[in-house]
Write a protein that binds this ligand. Structure first.
Ligand SMILES: Nc1ncnc2c1ncn2[C@@H]1O[C@H](COP(=O)(O)OP(=O)(O)O)[C@@H](O)[C@H]1O
Ligand SMILES: [Mg+2]
Length: 443
């Protein structure tokens, strides 16, 4: 007999046993009350008891079967519901855990005793907590490493006053913190949920935007003020003096050039920003490209009586997949800087080196150099080391920033090394193209 059947029979027998006494008693009473003269009076009690016992047992047996069926039915229903509920709860829990894990904000649940109920990965990273810390440490022990005024007691005080957040800084990073109470099932306060967000990058971007607008306005205002001044002087009568007029017009012309350069650079930058720039990439011999750029800059170097050397002849063609115009612009920019920031009779060496999978274009000058503490900033927009040095006002401070974006847009890199008073070396690295579409594998 299958086990289930055996089990069911046992249960039925148990129900049957429970049912016998009441059902039998009921049947005996019914039989006793049955009005009949059929049996002699002295046997009546005995017979009705026998009939009651027989019928009662039969009925108890039938009822037990009926009940067992219903009980099983109910039990099955309840089991299914229970299982459903259980799996629903488990899947809700999993869902929540996945969300908490994926979220970039740190989320921390703290009980009223300061015990850490839950801390997601981001919270552990922000507050530099190990799994052990989460299990064993009190919230205050953790937060006091970073801030004095965000203990649980203080947070509860802030909440009393209707204050739901603040900021704190640590190790050069800035964090936004928000908190709120959570309740237990009876609506009583059970603890606080604390949300932490690293806003360092966001703040940096905001500051950069403010700086950018200020810089653009300043850069445009300077030539405009100068143009306006000279024009007014001319209108006020200076125009009578032909020599003076010529001088003033030359200044106005050069200031207009400066504004033109600036606007052109800005437009280029905004194109990169919006990623609208469409590269017209094709296979180009970088050696030929650099040779042409050196030729183009030759006149400028001669005007400063500088030596401009190109060492790339022996290399033969080296093919890179690039937007020719853009990369030429970068090379010209870097050579232009070398000429601009190198004194008369200085020396500029331009070389091409072949690495494994890469080609490096180097521009080395023996010019004024860049102070070490400013070196990391030269790729920033509008950054110029010192206007009073070398080239004065002729630069916008956008050249290297644009160059970097172009090179990066090609999957390459541009680096600068310098020693103040001794010279500067700029290296432009691009991926070599051995076969069309597949750069050589290693760097
Ligand atoms: N070869 C170099 N020698 C010395 N300083 C340099 C050199 N190249 C760049 N710099 C410094 O980096 C700053 C940023 O360069 P860049 O973005 O090209 O702007 P700029 O328009 O002033 O040339 C320059 O203002 C200059 O101070
Ligand atoms: Mg420049």
């Amino acid at each position: 007999m299958p086990k289930e059947q055996e089990q069911r029979n046992k249960e039925r027998f148990r129900i049957f046993l429970y049912l016998i006494p009441p059902v039998v008693v009921a049947c005996v009473c019914a039989a006793a009350l049955f009005p009949t003269d059929f049996f002699p009076v002295k046997y009546r009690l005995f017979i009705s008891a026998a009939i009651g016992l027989f019928l009662g047992t039969l009925m108890a047996y039938a009822i037990s079967g009926f009940l067992l069926q219903h009980i099983n039915h109910l039990r099955l229903g309840m089991n299914k519901k229970f299982r459903d509920n259980l799996s629903e709860t488990a899947s809700e829990k999993n869902k929540l855990e996945t969300i908490l894990r994926q979220i970039n904000d740190g989320i921390l649940t703290v009980g009223l005793e300061g015990e850490i109920i839950h801390a997601n990965i981001a919270a552990q990273l922000i507050l530099r907590m190990s799994d052990e810390d989460v299990k064993l440490k009190n919230y205050d022990d953790i937060i006091l490493r970073f801030s004095d005024d965000l203990t649980l007691e203080q947070i509860l005080n802030y909440l009393e006053q209707g204050n739901y957040g603040g900021t704190f800084s640590y190790g050069g990073s800035e964090y936004e913190i928000r908190f709120d109470k959570f309740m237990d099932e009876n609506g009583r306060g059970a603890g606080v949920i604390i949300i932490l967000r690293d806003v360092t990058e966001q703040r940096k971007m905001e500051n950069m935007q403010v700086d950018f607008v200020a810089n653009v306005s300043h850069e445009l205002k300077t030539p405009l003020t100068s143009i306006k001044g000279y024009t007014e002087t001319l209108i006020d009568g200076a125009v009578e003096d032909r020599n003076m007029t010529m001088d003033f017009l030359k200044i106005i012309n050069s200031e207009t050039d400066r504004m033109n350069r600036l606007v052109k650079d800005l437009m280029e930058l905004s194109l990169f920003d919006l990623n609208k720039e469409k590269w017209e990439k094709k296979d180009v011999d970088i050696v030929a490209l650099v040779r042409t750029a050196v030729k183009k800059m030759g006149m400028l170097a001669i005007s400063k009586r500088q030596e401009l050397n190109f060492f790339g002849m022996g290399e033969g063609p080296l093919i890179v997949h690039i937007d020719e115009g853009r990369i030429e612009q970068v090379v010209i920019n870097v050579i232009g800087n070398a000429i601009k920031y190198t004194k008369e009779k200085g020396k500029i060496d331009i070389g091409i080196l072949r690495g494994r999978g890469w080609v490096h274009v180097t521009v080395i000058d023996n010019g004024i150099g860049i102070p070490e503490q400013k070196l990391s900033r030269v790729f920033e927009r509008f950054f110029t080391v010192d206007e009073s040095r070398g080239a004065g006002k002729s630069g916008t401070g956008l050249g290297l920033s644009i160059s970097k974006q172009i090179v990066r847009g090609h999957g390459g890199d541009i680096r600068i090394e310098s020693q103040l008073g001794r010279g500067t070396k700029v290296t432009i690295s691009l991926l070599l193209q051995t076969h069309r579409g597949t750069p050589e594998s290693d760097h």
